[in-house]
Ligand binder design. Structure first.
Ligand code: NDP
Length: 248
Protein backbone atom coordinates (compact mmCIF):
# COMPACT_ATOMS: atom_id res chain seq x y z
CA UNK A 1 0.00 0.00 0.00
CA UNK A 2 1.29 3.48 -0.79
CA UNK A 3 0.09 7.07 -1.11
CA UNK A 4 -0.30 6.93 -4.87
CA UNK A 5 -3.52 8.47 -6.21
CA UNK A 6 -2.89 7.18 -9.70
CA UNK A 7 -6.17 6.82 -11.61
CA UNK A 8 -8.10 8.82 -9.01
CA UNK A 9 -9.96 12.09 -9.47
CA UNK A 10 -9.94 14.81 -6.85
CA UNK A 11 -11.81 18.06 -6.27
CA UNK A 12 -10.17 20.72 -4.08
CA UNK A 13 -12.23 23.77 -3.14
CA UNK A 14 -10.46 27.06 -2.49
CA UNK A 15 -7.31 25.77 -4.10
CA UNK A 16 -5.94 28.87 -5.80
CA UNK A 17 -3.61 29.72 -2.93
CA UNK A 18 -2.51 28.81 0.56
CA UNK A 19 -3.33 25.38 1.93
CA UNK A 20 -5.66 24.49 -0.97
CA UNK A 21 -2.97 25.23 -3.52
CA UNK A 22 -0.50 22.97 -1.68
CA UNK A 23 -3.17 20.25 -1.48
CA UNK A 24 -3.96 20.51 -5.20
CA UNK A 25 -0.30 20.24 -6.20
CA UNK A 26 0.37 17.42 -3.73
CA UNK A 27 -2.60 15.34 -4.92
CA UNK A 28 -1.71 15.98 -8.57
CA UNK A 29 1.93 14.96 -7.98
CA UNK A 30 0.62 11.80 -6.29
CA UNK A 31 -1.10 10.93 -9.58
CA UNK A 32 -4.66 12.27 -9.21
CA UNK A 33 -6.48 14.29 -11.85
CA UNK A 34 -7.29 17.43 -9.91
CA UNK A 35 -10.09 19.97 -10.29
CA UNK A 36 -9.53 23.12 -8.29
CA UNK A 37 -12.15 25.76 -7.65
CA UNK A 38 -11.72 29.23 -6.24
CA UNK A 39 -13.76 32.42 -5.89
CA UNK A 40 -12.23 35.43 -7.65
CA UNK A 41 -10.20 36.09 -10.77
CA UNK A 42 -6.65 36.45 -9.50
CA UNK A 43 -3.00 35.97 -10.37
CA UNK A 44 -2.60 33.11 -7.88
CA UNK A 45 -5.16 31.02 -9.76
CA UNK A 46 -3.42 31.65 -13.10
CA UNK A 47 -0.08 30.71 -11.55
CA UNK A 48 -1.53 27.49 -10.15
CA UNK A 49 -3.03 26.60 -13.53
CA UNK A 50 0.44 27.03 -15.08
CA UNK A 51 2.05 24.93 -12.34
CA UNK A 52 -0.48 22.15 -12.79
CA UNK A 53 0.28 22.08 -16.53
CA UNK A 54 3.74 20.76 -15.61
CA UNK A 55 2.23 17.85 -13.65
CA UNK A 56 0.98 14.91 -15.75
CA UNK A 57 -2.80 14.45 -15.61
CA UNK A 58 -6.09 16.10 -16.46
CA UNK A 59 -6.14 19.14 -14.15
CA UNK A 60 -8.11 22.36 -14.26
CA UNK A 61 -8.70 25.48 -12.24
CA UNK A 62 -12.18 27.01 -12.35
CA UNK A 63 -14.07 29.82 -10.66
CA UNK A 64 -16.92 28.49 -8.55
CA UNK A 65 -18.48 29.98 -5.45
CA UNK A 66 -19.04 27.05 -3.06
CA UNK A 67 -21.97 28.95 -1.50
CA UNK A 68 -23.90 28.81 -4.75
CA UNK A 69 -25.81 25.57 -5.33
CA UNK A 70 -26.15 26.09 -9.10
CA UNK A 71 -22.45 26.77 -9.58
CA UNK A 72 -21.51 23.74 -7.46
CA UNK A 73 -23.98 21.56 -9.37
CA UNK A 74 -22.37 22.60 -12.67
CA UNK A 75 -18.90 21.93 -11.26
CA UNK A 76 -19.85 18.45 -10.06
CA UNK A 77 -21.57 17.68 -13.36
CA UNK A 78 -18.36 18.60 -15.14
CA UNK A 79 -16.45 16.26 -12.80
CA UNK A 80 -18.94 13.52 -13.65
CA UNK A 81 -18.37 13.93 -17.39
CA UNK A 82 -14.62 13.72 -16.77
CA UNK A 83 -14.91 10.34 -15.07
CA UNK A 84 -16.27 10.98 -11.57
CA UNK A 85 -14.68 11.75 -8.23
CA UNK A 86 -12.77 9.76 -5.61
CA UNK A 87 -11.54 12.54 -3.36
CA UNK A 88 -13.25 15.74 -2.21
CA UNK A 89 -11.30 18.27 -0.16
CA UNK A 90 -13.51 20.98 1.35
CA UNK A 91 -10.95 23.68 1.97
CA UNK A 92 -12.49 26.96 0.70
CA UNK A 93 -12.42 29.54 3.43
CA UNK A 94 -12.19 33.17 4.37
CA UNK A 95 -10.61 34.75 7.39
CA UNK A 96 -12.56 37.29 9.37
CA UNK A 97 -11.86 39.04 12.67
CA UNK A 98 -14.80 40.92 14.19
CA UNK A 99 -15.42 41.58 17.89
CA UNK A 100 -18.58 39.71 18.84
CA UNK A 101 -20.52 42.88 19.75
CA UNK A 102 -19.91 44.26 16.25
CA UNK A 103 -20.59 41.04 14.37
CA UNK A 104 -23.40 41.69 11.88
CA UNK A 105 -25.63 39.00 10.44
CA UNK A 106 -24.18 39.46 6.94
CA UNK A 107 -20.69 38.67 8.13
CA UNK A 108 -21.95 35.79 10.29
CA UNK A 109 -23.64 34.27 7.21
CA UNK A 110 -20.66 34.93 4.91
CA UNK A 111 -18.40 32.90 7.17
CA UNK A 112 -20.88 30.12 8.00
CA UNK A 113 -21.90 29.86 4.34
CA UNK A 114 -18.38 29.66 3.00
CA UNK A 115 -16.98 27.13 5.48
CA UNK A 116 -20.00 25.08 6.45
CA UNK A 117 -22.74 25.46 3.85
CA UNK A 118 -20.08 25.24 1.13
CA UNK A 119 -18.89 21.88 2.48
CA UNK A 120 -22.51 20.73 2.74
CA UNK A 121 -23.33 21.68 -0.86
CA UNK A 122 -20.15 20.30 -2.39
CA UNK A 123 -20.32 17.02 -0.47
CA UNK A 124 -24.03 16.46 -1.02
CA UNK A 125 -23.92 17.22 -4.74
CA UNK A 126 -20.74 15.13 -5.18
CA UNK A 127 -22.17 12.20 -3.22
CA UNK A 128 -23.64 10.33 -6.20
CA UNK A 129 -20.12 10.22 -7.69
CA UNK A 130 -18.45 8.87 -4.55
CA UNK A 131 -18.11 5.09 -4.57
CA UNK A 132 -16.43 2.64 -2.19
CA UNK A 133 -12.89 3.76 -1.36
CA UNK A 134 -13.73 7.46 -1.78
CA UNK A 135 -12.49 10.00 0.71
CA UNK A 136 -13.87 13.34 1.86
CA UNK A 137 -11.42 15.55 3.72
CA UNK A 138 -12.72 18.65 5.45
CA UNK A 139 -10.30 21.36 6.49
CA UNK A 140 -11.29 22.42 9.98
CA UNK A 141 -9.20 24.43 12.42
CA UNK A 142 -7.54 24.08 15.80
CA UNK A 143 -9.20 27.42 16.55
CA UNK A 144 -12.56 25.63 16.81
CA UNK A 145 -11.25 23.55 19.71
CA UNK A 146 -9.67 26.32 21.73
CA UNK A 147 -11.72 29.38 20.75
CA UNK A 148 -10.25 32.66 19.52
CA UNK A 149 -11.40 36.19 20.41
CA UNK A 150 -13.02 38.05 17.47
CA UNK A 151 -13.59 34.79 15.59
CA UNK A 152 -16.80 33.44 17.11
CA UNK A 153 -18.38 33.07 13.64
CA UNK A 154 -15.34 31.29 12.21
CA UNK A 155 -14.94 28.91 15.13
CA UNK A 156 -18.67 28.15 15.07
CA UNK A 157 -18.39 27.22 11.38
CA UNK A 158 -15.29 25.08 11.93
CA UNK A 159 -16.76 23.32 14.99
CA UNK A 160 -19.86 22.68 12.88
CA UNK A 161 -17.68 21.08 10.25
CA UNK A 162 -16.43 18.58 12.82
CA UNK A 163 -19.96 17.50 13.81
CA UNK A 164 -20.95 17.40 10.16
CA UNK A 165 -17.99 15.14 9.35
CA UNK A 166 -18.59 12.76 12.25
CA UNK A 167 -22.24 12.29 11.33
CA UNK A 168 -21.39 11.79 7.67
CA UNK A 169 -18.72 9.26 8.61
CA UNK A 170 -21.43 7.15 10.25
CA UNK A 171 -23.94 7.69 7.48
CA UNK A 172 -21.59 7.01 4.57
CA UNK A 173 -19.37 4.32 6.09
CA UNK A 174 -21.71 1.60 4.84
CA UNK A 175 -21.05 2.63 1.25
CA UNK A 176 -17.29 2.71 1.80
CA UNK A 177 -16.93 6.49 1.81
CA UNK A 178 -14.59 7.86 4.48
CA UNK A 179 -14.94 11.35 5.97
CA UNK A 180 -12.20 12.99 8.02
CA UNK A 181 -11.15 16.41 9.25
CA UNK A 182 -7.73 18.02 9.25
CA UNK A 183 -7.36 20.74 11.86
CA UNK A 184 -4.45 23.06 11.07
CA UNK A 185 -2.89 25.32 13.66
CA UNK A 186 -1.46 28.57 12.32
CA UNK A 187 -0.15 27.96 8.82
CA UNK A 188 1.82 30.56 6.91
CA UNK A 189 -0.56 31.63 4.15
CA UNK A 190 -1.73 34.96 2.81
CA UNK A 191 -4.87 34.63 4.90
CA UNK A 192 -2.98 34.12 8.14
CA UNK A 193 -0.60 37.01 7.51
CA UNK A 194 -3.40 39.35 6.33
CA UNK A 195 -4.18 40.30 9.91
CA UNK A 196 -2.77 43.58 11.26
CA UNK A 197 1.07 43.25 11.28
CA UNK A 198 1.50 43.79 15.03
CA UNK A 199 -1.15 41.15 15.73
CA UNK A 200 0.52 38.71 13.33
CA UNK A 201 3.91 39.35 14.97
CA UNK A 202 2.38 38.65 18.40
CA UNK A 203 0.69 35.51 17.12
CA UNK A 204 3.91 34.25 15.56
CA UNK A 205 5.81 34.85 18.80
CA UNK A 206 3.11 33.11 20.80
CA UNK A 207 3.08 30.13 18.46
CA UNK A 208 6.83 29.81 18.62
CA UNK A 209 6.40 29.45 22.38
CA UNK A 210 3.21 27.37 22.37
CA UNK A 211 4.02 24.75 19.76
CA UNK A 212 6.22 21.81 20.64
CA UNK A 213 8.02 22.31 17.34
CA UNK A 214 8.52 26.02 18.04
CA UNK A 215 7.25 27.42 14.74
CA UNK A 216 4.25 28.07 12.48
CA UNK A 217 3.28 25.45 9.90
CA UNK A 218 3.70 25.36 6.12
CA UNK A 219 0.87 24.62 3.65
CA UNK A 220 2.75 21.53 2.40
CA UNK A 221 2.69 20.10 5.91
CA UNK A 222 -1.11 20.19 5.87
CA UNK A 223 -1.22 18.88 2.29
CA UNK A 224 0.79 15.78 3.20
CA UNK A 225 -1.77 14.83 5.85
CA UNK A 226 -4.58 15.40 3.34
CA UNK A 227 -2.73 13.10 0.94
CA UNK A 228 -2.60 10.41 3.62
CA UNK A 229 -6.36 10.75 4.22
CA UNK A 230 -7.09 10.79 0.49
CA UNK A 231 -5.05 7.67 -0.19
CA UNK A 232 -5.58 4.02 0.65
CA UNK A 233 -2.93 4.30 3.36
CA UNK A 234 -5.76 5.58 5.57
CA UNK A 235 -8.33 3.00 4.38
CA UNK A 236 -9.45 2.23 7.98
CA UNK A 237 -9.49 5.87 9.12
CA UNK A 238 -12.83 7.67 9.17
CA UNK A 239 -14.50 10.12 11.51
CA UNK A 240 -11.06 11.30 12.64
CA UNK A 241 -9.91 14.84 13.33
CA UNK A 242 -6.18 15.14 12.83
CA UNK A 243 -4.47 18.22 14.26
CA UNK A 244 -1.62 19.59 12.17
CA UNK A 245 -0.43 22.20 14.62
CA UNK A 246 3.15 21.50 15.61
CA UNK A 247 1.98 20.06 18.92
CA UNK A 248 0.27 22.89 20.76
P1 NDP B 1 -6.40 31.47 1.76
O1 NDP B 1 -7.12 32.73 2.03
O2 NDP B 1 -4.96 31.51 1.46
O3 NDP B 1 -7.15 30.75 0.53
C1 NDP B 1 -8.53 30.64 0.59
C2 NDP B 1 -9.02 29.95 -0.65
O4 NDP B 1 -10.44 29.79 -0.57
C3 NDP B 1 -8.76 30.75 -1.92
O5 NDP B 1 -8.48 29.83 -2.95
C4 NDP B 1 -10.09 31.44 -2.18
O6 NDP B 1 -10.31 31.72 -3.56
C5 NDP B 1 -11.02 30.32 -1.74
N1 NDP B 1 -12.38 30.77 -1.46
C6 NDP B 1 -12.81 31.68 -0.56
N2 NDP B 1 -14.14 31.79 -0.60
C7 NDP B 1 -14.58 30.91 -1.53
C8 NDP B 1 -15.86 30.56 -2.05
N3 NDP B 1 -16.97 31.14 -1.58
N4 NDP B 1 -15.93 29.65 -3.04
C9 NDP B 1 -14.81 29.07 -3.53
N5 NDP B 1 -13.57 29.33 -3.07
C10 NDP B 1 -13.47 30.26 -2.09
O7 NDP B 1 -6.73 30.50 2.99
P2 NDP B 1 -5.82 29.41 3.73
O8 NDP B 1 -5.08 28.61 2.75
O9 NDP B 1 -5.10 30.05 4.84
O10 NDP B 1 -6.96 28.52 4.40
C11 NDP B 1 -7.51 27.40 3.73
C12 NDP B 1 -8.44 26.67 4.68
O11 NDP B 1 -7.70 26.29 5.84
C13 NDP B 1 -9.60 27.54 5.16
O12 NDP B 1 -10.74 26.75 5.30
C14 NDP B 1 -9.11 28.02 6.52
O13 NDP B 1 -10.17 28.34 7.38
C15 NDP B 1 -8.35 26.80 6.99
N6 NDP B 1 -7.36 27.09 8.03
C16 NDP B 1 -6.31 27.93 7.76
C17 NDP B 1 -5.38 28.19 8.75
C18 NDP B 1 -4.21 29.07 8.51
O14 NDP B 1 -3.49 29.37 9.49
N7 NDP B 1 -3.94 29.53 7.30
C19 NDP B 1 -5.51 27.61 10.08
C20 NDP B 1 -6.63 26.72 10.24
C21 NDP B 1 -7.51 26.48 9.24
P3 NDP B 1 -9.78 33.11 -4.24
O15 NDP B 1 -8.27 33.00 -4.31
O16 NDP B 1 -10.39 33.09 -5.56
O17 NDP B 1 -10.24 34.20 -3.34
Amino acid sequence: MNASLSGKKALVTGGSRGIGRAVALTLARAGADVTVCHLTENEAALTLARELKDVPGDHRVVRVDVRDRDQVRELVEDCRTRGGLDVVVNNAGVISHVPFGDLGEDEWHRIIDTHLTGAFLVTQLALPLLGPGSSVVNIGSRAAMVGIPTRSHYTAAKAGLTGFSRSLCKELGGRGVRVNVVDPGVIETEAASAMPPERYARLRERYEELTSLGRLGEPDEVADVVLFLASDLSRYVTGASIPVDGGI
